[in-house]
Design a protein around this ligand. Sequence first.
Ligand code: ADP
Ligand code: MG
Length: 394
Amino acid sequence: MPVDGSWSVLIIDGEAGFVDDTKGLLPGHTVYTARNMSDAQRRMVEEGIDAAIAGPSFGRADNVREISALFDLRPNLPVILASDEMTTDLLRTAMRLGVKDVLETPLTQDKLRDSLTLLDQHHRDEGPTPEWKPRIGKVVTIMSPKGGAGKTVAASNVAVTLAEWAGPDQVVVMDADLQFGDICITLQVDPKHTLVDVARDIDKLDEELLSSLLARHSSGLRVLAAPLEPALAEEVSTAVIVRTIGMLRRMFEYIVIDTAPFLDEPVLSILERSDTVLLVVDMDLPSVKNAKLALDTLRLIKFPFEKIRLVLNRNNSKARLDVSELERSLGLRVEASVVSDKLVPRAVNEGVPVVQLNPRSRVARDLRNVARLVYDGAATAGEGQGGSHRRFGR
Ligand SMILES: Nc1ncnc2c1ncn2[C@@H]1O[C@H](COP(=O)(O)OP(=O)(O)O)[C@@H](O)[C@H]1O
Ligand SMILES: [Mg+2]
């Protein structure tokens, strides 16, 4: 906590205007900024943050709960909420979440100074901050705007591989294909609970409860299942997904998310909160066309393209698409390719990911190379970092 009156303040809002204006009201303080709660969590781990200001996009009844992502990471972080509307409902919810002060917009230098002084006083009264150990898992989202491109194959194989490398209970796969999720059949796990239970318990959700709603795969991978039938999908709101991701990041090193083949609101919110996006493109023309359209949309919303890793699936199939032409048209380099192999559907039908069923096959090696794109640990023994063209026997 600041002794010299200078704070490290994190300003969080999707509106650049609010962030810039607020920055201007904090002369003499160190200011960090974040576009959303996931960015904010990352900042909190990277920088010594003394306090946070959540902007008006969180000062609405439907979004205010997102602030709990900050407390998931650090329960006693001093948080100020700026809001365009001061309803009693909002105030009550904010205070219940742990927000220390709510200020009506427009903010002024005086309002902020008073508020920070108040927080400082609170802090002195409460005594020293207890130690906290930040852990902030990496969110890896598998996306493709076309069904059948190989998302679920990639998600299940990457997740199991990461679980083998990172150890048991370090990796979770979340099936966010809310209507037709098939991670559980692909991995042959029989979920006792699904995202629907998470949604129903959202108000009392904590790490322990969430953990009890996860299934376990034999590899040590944990699984958050999709709703069991399409009609239940609507019970799982985007807010639920967002809050769940925030909490899972506290609990796991890697959060692998399988998605539906759309760019709808839930998927866009997931992408916003991802550290890495694996864009799976199948070797056929519609797949490439859709990928291009999706990338155009992401460009429009200023999505950071450096997070996107292009993965080519079935790259030896008969489609005869020219890879360099594809790269040119998408404006991205292919960072990993996966061969087409009938071992894949066979493995899917057996409910065992091909990296486990036929670990020495070429396709398993390709899929491990996809996992390597996101794995932060040391390279695993036995295989080079790509480049090797040796063929392993099956
Ligand atoms: N590299 C591959 N080789 C052979 N078959 C594949 C490959 N990747 C995916 N498939 C098959 O294509 C089908 C669709 O894959 P899936 O991962 O379920 O697609 P998505 O999740 O994108 O809809 C599955 O039956 C799977 O077995
Ligand atoms: Mg799928």
